[in-house]
Design a binder for this molecule. Sequence first.
Ligand code: MRU
Length: 320
Amino acid sequence: MLNAIEWCDDHLEVIDQTHLPARLEVVKLSTVDDVVDAIKRLAVRGAPAIGVCGAFGVVIGLREGRTRDDLAKTIGDARPTAVNLRRDVDRTLQADDALDEALEIQAEDRESCARIGEFGRAELADTTRVMTHCNTGRLATSGIGTALGVVYSKFEAGEPIEVIATETRPLLQGGRLTAWELHDAGVPVTLIPDSAAGAALQAGKAGAVIVGCDRVAANGDTANKIGTYQLAVFARAANVPFYVAGPLSSFDPDTPDGRSIEIEFRPPEEVTNASGIDVGVWNPAFDVTPAHLITAFITDAGVLRPPFSVTIAAAFGAQK
Ligand code: MRU
């Protein structure tokens, strides 16, 4: 499988995820405008992937002669919810050698995915069927993914694993991307409409729910793809453990709780496209799952359990 994001001397080559699964098209991003456009229209998506793309966008922007302030704003604000984008943009802007830094961020992301995969494999040693939401795999990161990284780790180790993937309305990251990715890798996957998730959990079809994250606040409240919160509620009602997998780079200790997380709103057409009807639309791209509904975080620094305000702070303390 191709890498979702590849640096090629003076430009980026990325898989345009808006065309999947109909066609696998690689597009060239040669300017800051190309990079921002790709992030905004979700050609490149997933918290770690937009961070890496933004970092290389800074490299391109500095070569274009744009100022640091301009790049911090133009690229850093392209999408507001995932903390990775702003953090990776700022980190690259502050580095002595922007290209080295962007390549380092990409390598760290790849390594983080591998560690999440192994920690998750140990944590879910007895789980053979998981439900997931959105796409958190090879398309969303520079490595094997976060929640899907756990799945790939189990699969590669020869352990039995099946995935129930939610479609993830309205842009179908589950139906188009996760289903495509897992099918391509040979991992058994069953696709369900989002509206079947409660019934599937009630019927015992998954031993755990595992999702990714765009921003985890200091108290463990977690922003992730819209629909994640309802999965957490259904999981609690069905007594199924609910895991969030993600690198510490998706945690934001400066955000105290979920109320402080900026949620991106997307155009109404994403929702009305299916019907063509002209009515009011409320289309948040993310929701916040309160920490008390989360069983544990599977991170690149190990599995973090409640009380999260303590264990998250300790994980950041150990990183220094
Ligand atoms: O709008 P998207 O497709 O970028 O949303 C992605 C998600 O919500 C993912 O779950 C999250 O970014 C983690 S990807 C490893």
